[in-house]
Design a protein around this ligand. Structure first.
Ligand SMILES: NC(=O)c1ccc[n+]([C@@H]2O[C@H](COP(=O)([O-])OP(=O)(O)OC[C@H]3O[C@@H](n4cnc5c(N)ncnc54)[C@H](O)[C@@H]3O)[C@@H](O)[C@H]2O)c1
Length: 351
């Protein structure tokens, strides 16, 4: 097992290993003494697979668990599901000294984290990510949210977990498409500042998943420690995300997030090469690695639609937007540009 410490506020451990789920209760007991009620929040796909293991491990550690299950999928990540989770917490008489555990992918983690942080003005929570994307990205860093009709993640708070436990064996039940989504976010860290991590995805067969997740979590922790509230360095984590959000929006959120990030990253690389700020050949290298990992590399939408959709990006400030440009694999930089500049990136969606 590997442990990455995230030094934000009180700080917390991210434990990563194969077959560690049955140890979760004991890990939690180290940071929150039983007996306490523990509300496990999970979705309809993950609860039947791993709910029982988590429940038993909590019971053996002296906790009193109960489970709330919501229908799986992004379409559940809204105020209606959030409200019903809060009502179920109240029905179970969960108190402020009890705990919440998010068991699932990013949808579960974001929504359960948000519910925990507003229920009784804040209950401590832990994350058990079960997708690669949740493990390397959403379970660490404290961004919690639900979607509004106007767009994704528009209502939420920053709230850090007290523990993250990632059993890499849970990835074995993911579809290749959902695994690939997480691969895109992992490759992103490689492009940002870790060429060996980028190369670890070469050929598409990932060895040592435990090491890869630990490296990604360490990168995420470094960014979050420097900029918990996303006002500076944490913006780097949005590499490829402006166009990714545009693609997701145009698809009615049917285009998976990691897949959209892959396309958005290729676009920014190509635009950078055209502008002369990105090392020649970088786009080809990125295309190769994404293709080898079953990820798309071209936009299904035309440049004008992408531009219009990207103009609504919530990261936009006035008439300007900060984009993350690639200098070369392992080195990126921030560039604040007039929103009009997004046109040059939007036309890079196809070769
Ligand atoms: N908070 C953050 O910093 C942050 C960062 C990135 C993404 N996100 C959010 O994360 C969400 C996407 O995360 P996701 O891709 O994990 O989505 P998800 O939670 O919907 O999981 C994807 C699918 O996989 C299923 N699943 C999860 N684990 C499984 C397992 N081990 N075996 C079989 N099936 C499993 C789920 O039921 C779901 O159908 C988005 O809502 C996005 O906004 C948040």
């Amino acid at each position: 097992m590997k442990t990455v410490r995230v030094n934000v506020r009180e700080g917390y451990d991210v434990n990563i290993g194969s077959g560690i789920l049955p140890e979760f209760g004991a890990m939690l007991a180290e940071v929150a003494k039983p007996p306490k009620k523990v509300c496990i929040v999970s979705d309809s796909n993950v609860a039947p697979l791993y709910g029982e293991t988590v429940r038993k491990s909590l019971e053996s550690a002296g906790f009193s668990p109960f489970t709330i299950v919501f229908p799986a999928g992004e379409q559940s990540k809204n105020m209606t599901t959030l409200a019903s989770i809060l009502e179920e917490m109240a029905d179970a008489s969960l108190t402020r000294s009890d705990l919440v555990v998010a068991l699932g992918g990013g949808v579960t983690g974001d929504m359960a984290g948000f519910a925990a942080s507003i229920y009784l003005r804040g209950v401590k929570f832990a994350q058990i990510p079960t997708t690669l994307l949740a493990a390397v990205d959403s379970s660490v860093g404290g961004k919690t949210a639900v979607d509004l009709n106007h767009g994704k993640n528009l209502a939420g708070v920053f709230a850090q977990p007290i523990l993250v436990c990632c059993d890499t064996d849970t990835f074995m039940t993911l579809t290749p498409e959902i695994f690939a989504d997480g691969a895109a976010e992992s490759i992103k860290y490689g492009i940002l500042d870790d060429k060996p991590l980028f190369e670890a995805f070469s050929g598409g067969t990932v060895q040592n998943i435990e090491d890869i997740v630990a490296s990604c979590v360490q990168h995420k922790a470094d960014y979050v420690e420097r900029d918990e509230f996303d006002r500076g360095d944490r913006k780097f984590l949005n590499l490829g995300h402006t166009m990714a959000h545009a693609i997701e929006k145009l698809s009615g959120y049917a285009f998976p997030h990691g897949h959209a990030v892959a396309v958005g990253t290729v676009m920014i690389a190509r635009a950078g090469e055209k502008m002369g700020v990105t090392e020649k050949g970088t786009t080809d290298e990125i295309i190769r690695i994404f293709k080898e990992n079953n990820l798309p590399v071209a936009s299904p939408y035309d440049a004008e639609s992408l531009f219009t959709a990207a103009c609504g990006d919530k990261k936009r400030e006035g008439g300007k937007i900060t984009v993350i440009m690639i200098e070369k694999i392992g080195k990126c930089f921030l560039k604040t540009v007039p929103v009009e500049e997004l046109r040059n990136i939007a036309v890079s969606g196809k070769e």
